[in-house]
Write a protein that binds this ligand. Structure first.
Ligand code: ACO
Length: 402
């Protein structure tokens, strides 16, 4: 046991079995009925429905309903849900002021994170996490305001006037209107782009216990305000090993610059001393194609085709890079395949979303997944998350006598 002079790991096993599992390689942190992944087979199901089918046949609002409620909505339920989200899309002036207080060159994720944390302040007195109706209203507020906040972040950085939500528009269409619209002008959003954006939201809606969702659950397990827990998730998503990878992929493709430079980029990614990884490749769970990446690639072809950008040099570089990596023994042996972020950046660039906004788009789509997990946790019995550690520090010692 931990005595005065020795540190013995068996001390922490006296109340039961102790596992040491850095990175949660083989430890489930919770039970969940929301999303199923088979990483070896490349399968992703939301409430049982394959992501490929949802991406093509459903839309983001319906997918949100499904994730939150467990079943697809009837047409009437969907209409009511969509309206409730629209009714809650306006942002309180205090949060608008928070966004406006940032320097214009601040990274968008820092502003978004603060804005969502500020929502915790706006609604704190009203939120009762033990009450299902209160949680439902909180979901409407989060899903309703994420596009408004994301567009405000973009407009603030550009120094342009904010555009109010237009409740006559669809979810993704309204987001693009608030982002690219001009004050005083009627909405004029391309349906092709709105459809592509909606599909990007669907493909990012949930992905079980990834780092940001686990963070939302862990943070929420203390009973904290759900907006505060979501803000913690946004912070986690920002990192380049997670949601920040979409930004990093595009920077990498632009840096490669032409097809001739791909081989040296791949060689650098294989060189462990370079500190460089092929961004948009590899996944903790998928040891096969990420099913979202397949749909994203197809969407990329469709969108660029419809925009007449099918000869885009970035698309050519991405496709050749994918081909080379998939044939390379290093990537084959480590089962490294393109992930969801590999092609999303090319679509977003075609939509003229600036690179530094890419992770904001990811957060916008993922908000419903984070919330669904938080809601699932707090509506059943749960314990505060409290991982243990393997202490490797100094043994007990006496403070020097004075
Ligand atoms: N390029 C080159 N080598 C890689 C890559 C890559 N993209 N990804 C993993 N490897 C190598 C590692 O160097 C390691 O090699 P080793 O066994 O010789 O040491 C091996 O593959 C396993 O890698 P780990 O980092 O241990 O795998 P882990 O499951 O912890 O990481 C991760 C997964 C973070 C996604 C990793 O593949 C990566 O960094 N990819 C690039 C960033 C990226 O695209 N992130 C987006 C993830 S998806 C998402 O969040 C939406």
């Amino acid at each position: 046991s931990v005595g005065p002079d020795v540190i013995d790991v068996t001390s922490i096993t006296k109340n039961g079995f102790f596992t040491f599992d850095p990175g949660f390689m083989s430890t489930a942190s919770c039970e969940s009925k929301i999303t199923f992944i088979d990483g070896d087979e490349g399968i992703l199901l939301h409430r049982g429905y394959p992501i490929e089918q949802l991406a093509v046949s459903s839309d983001y609002i319906e997918t949100c309903y499904l994730l939150l409620n467990g079943e697809l909505p009837t047409p009437a339920q969907k209409a009511e849900f969509a309206q409730a989200i629209k009714d809650n899309s306006n942002v309180d002036q205090s949060v608008v002021n928070v966004i406006k207080s940032f320097k214009r060159d601040t990274h968008p994720m820092a502003i978004l994170c603060s804005a969502v944390a500020a929502l915790a302040g706006v609604y704190h007195a009203e939120i009762d996490i033990t009450n299902a109706e209160s949680r439902k209203l909180t979901a409407y507020r989060l899903i309703g305001q994420m596009p408004t906040l994301s567009a405000m972040v973009y407009k603030h950085r550009k120094g342009e006037e904010f555009i109010a939500p237009d409740t006559s528009l669809g979810y993704a269409e309204n987001y693009l209107h608030m982002t690219f619209g001009k004050a005083g002008e009627a909405p004029n959003v391309s349906q092709t782009l709105a459809k592509a954006m909606d599909r990007i939201f669907v493909l990012h809606a949930d992905h079980e216990q990834n780092a940001s969702t686990s963070t939302v659950r862990l943070s929420g397990s203390s009973g904290t305000n759900p907006f505060a827990a979501i803000a913690a998730g946004i912070s986690t998503l920002w990192g380049p090993s997670h949601g920040g990878a979409n930004e990093a992929v595009l920077e990498m493709l632009e840096e490669i610059g032409s097809v001739e430079n791909i081989e040296s980029c791949v060689a650098r990614a294989k060189d462990k001393t370079s500190g460089f990884r092929l961004m948009g490749f590899g996944h903790r769970v998928y040891k096969n194609f990420d099913p979202r990446a397949k749909v994203m690639k197809q969407t990329c072809d469709e969108v660029l085709g419809e925009l007449g950008l099918e000869n885009s040099p970035l698309l050519a570089i991405a496709k050749r890079l994918e081909q080379i990596a998939l044939e390379d023994p290093y990537f084959i042996s480590k089962k490294l395949y393109p992930n969801v972020d590999f092609y999303s950046g090319i679509i977003l660039k075609a939509i003229e979303i600036p690179t530094e906004m890419f992770t904001v788009i990811f957060a916008l789509g993922r908000a419903v997944g984070w919330y669904s997990h938080w809601d699932e946790m707090v509506s059943t019995s749960y314990k505060i998350g409290r991982p243990r550690q393997l202490y490797t520090g100094s043994v007990k010692r006496d403070y020097p006598a004075k």
